[in-house]
Design a binder for this molecule. Structure first.
Ligand SMILES: [Zn+2]
Length: 274
């Protein structure tokens, strides 16, 4: 299985000279199985670039959404396959609070967008599989989900394919007040995964101000990865304030820790082969 990052930024796109290396686009990751089957995670602004690639391929598109915060759906109106006649786009919404499974297209209503939903000529198929019977099969991937600790809730996913396991856990606050999912439950959920992609938006200096905002410290996601014996950790959802130089410094600090897990700051365009 291959994992490619099309957007690694949290909250808000951050173009500019200080974010060239790690990227300014928001959440989007593509999983590709050994047989070529694909699964897209989130539709932040990174999905626009992915769409430019997918328009040349004919297969159905499967998009799994963690939640409806804007940085996870904002790229969808600019995802070219939704304007291709005959294209089937399967969308798997998360459960949010309030629950709004159609938010990804409703963001295009009214004065928010010049595009009307009727202009989307692709077949958009909202899918509601029976998550009570996990795993759910999506385009050949076995998928489990777990409720995130995040304002307005949302879902994290564990995805299995080709004997490999990837956990996509963003946006999620480990040790959150009134946590929906406890730290020990997260350890079980991501136990011994080949790759843990986890929110590491904050650093110690952000606290206590940002307690309860729904994101984790870089140090917390490292602890989780170590305790769960993950093989690789992709630190994800970088804070908009974090520059390339800040993130380079964090990578150096992580390298000096001599961890068991291979921990790295994920960057836009990065591909991980499992
Ligand atoms: Zn969010």
């Amino acid at each position: 299985m291959k994992v490619r990052f099309y957007g690694t930024r949290g909250s808000c796109p951050t173009p500019g000279p200080n974010t060239v290396k790690y990227g300014g686009n928001t959440a989007c990751v593509l999983l590709t199985a050994n047989n070529g089957s694909k699964l897209i995670l989130d539709a932040g602004t990174g999905i626009r670039i992915l769409g430019n690639e997918l328009i040349h391929q004919q297969s159905d598109i499967h998009l799994l959404v963690t939640h409806n915060h804007y940085d996870h759906i904002q790229g969808f109106p600019f995802f070219k396959p939704i304007y291709q006649a005959g294209r089937h786009v399967h969308i798997y919404p998360a459960i949010t609070e309030p629950n709004n499974p159609y938010a990804i297209v409703e963001q295009m209503q009214g004065s928010y967008s010049p595009i009307e939903i009727e202009m989307l000529v692709a077949e958009l198929e909202f899918q509601f599989p029976d998550w009570a019977r996990q795993p759910v099969m999506i385009n050949g991937f076995r998928v489990y989900r777990q409720k995130m600790n995040h304002p307005n809730a949302g879902m994290a996913y564990l995805i299995e394919c080709d004997t490999k396991r990837v956990a996509y856990v963003t946006d999620n606050e480990l040790h959150a007040p009134n946590a929906a999912t406890s730290t020990s439950d997260w350890q079980s959920f991501v136990n011994q995964v080949d790759l843990l992609i986890h929110d590491g938006q904050y650093i110690e200096a952000d606290f206590p101000h940002k307690l309860g905002w729904g994101h984790s410290l870089i140090s917390e996601c490292i602890n989780l990865a170590e305790q769960a014996q993950a093989k690789n950790l992709a630190i994800y959802s970088h804070d908009p304030q974090r520059t390339d130089s800040d993130l380079d410094n964090w990578q150096q600090k992580i390298n000096a820790l001599r961890l068991t897990v291979n921990a790295f700051i994920s960057f836009e365009g990065q591909e991980v082969v499992l």
